[in-house]
Ligand binder design. Structure first.
Ligand code: FPP
Length: 247
């Protein structure tokens, strides 16, 4: 039986988030420039989306560019932005055919004009699609997101729109970049590193964490199925006992 056939359709994680790591090391191993790793990383993005879509994942959130990534050499940052533009242009048709909605989180205003324009265009073109929502985290940092959230809520308190007593989880959820997304069920990080790197700190509170040594450009649909299978073999207790869960 193939890996995909072993997946239980009623236990597929609703929201999968991915820290796509290892592009640089993958290229270095091949004696190539880092950008070659990113180009092949873009192909792996397609694999992850197709794999997730085939088994019924409803939300995939990809860490494509962190707030810290701006500190990389300008040539690499430029290449990543170019790759974003060319990939968006190339894949719009595929997104439409497969009923996939594109979404973005992060400080989108910090992106170069061309990248922002293309991104907003694809988001607009795909806004009525409903099979799967793919969210790109771009110029994203979780702490920056939390600071922004605190400021937004404080401002509403100051203007008597929200009272302090009424601040709860849902108020915070509704002011994050991820306001339209459910909590993350499964977080995947490739390349053997076992860190969160300022990604979705609030949203992964109850996520299962899955680390694999595969370098991101080598990531295929099968690796997505493997991660989901692993997720399905875990018991999520949300603070309860095993007996309570299995009752
Ligand atoms: C991490 O590998 C990857 C990134 C910082 C960028 C992710 C970008 C892509 C997968 C390609 C483009 C994406 C889209 C959505 C078109 P790294 O460079 O940190 O690798 P290293 O740790 O081995 O150096």
């Amino acid at each position: 039986m193939s890996l995909k056939d072993q997946i239980q359709v009623d236990k597929v994680p609703q929201h999968v988030a991915v820290i796509m790591d290892g592009n640089g090391r993958w290229a270095k191993k091949k004696g190539m420039m880092r950008v070659f790793g990113h180009e092949n990383g873009a192909k792996a993005v397609k694999e992850a989306i197709e794999g997730g879509s085939e088994i019924g994942v409803k939300f995939i959130t990809l860490y494509a560019f962190s707030t810290e990534n701006w500190n990389r050499p300008k040539s690499e940052v430029d290449k990543l932005m170019q790759l974003l533009v060319s990939t968006l242009k190339k894949e719009l048709k595929k997104l439409q055919e497969n009923n996939i909605k594109l979404n973005a989180i992060g400080n989108i205003d910090a992106l170069p004009k061309k990248a922002r324009k293309e991104l907003l265009n694809v988001i607009d073109e795909t806004k009525n699609n409903s099979q799967l929502t793919v969210t790109l985290a771009l110029s994203y940092g979780s702490r920056e997101e939390l600071i922004k959230t605190v400021k937004l809520i404080s401002d509403k308190v100051k203007n008597n729109i929200i009272s302090i007593e009424n601040i709860d989880e849902s108020v915070i959820n509704n002011h994050l970049y991820t306001q339209n997304l459910p909590d993350v069920d499964l977080l995947i990080r490739t390349s053997g590193e076992q860190r969160i790197s300022n990604f979705l700190l609030w949203q992964i509170a109850y996520a299962e964490l899955y680390f694999t040594n595969v370098l991101w450009p080598d990531f295929t649909k099968e690796h997505m199925f493997e991660a989901v299978m692993n997720f399905q073999n875990r018991e999520r207790r949300f603070g309860k006992t095993s007996e309570q869960i299995n009752k």
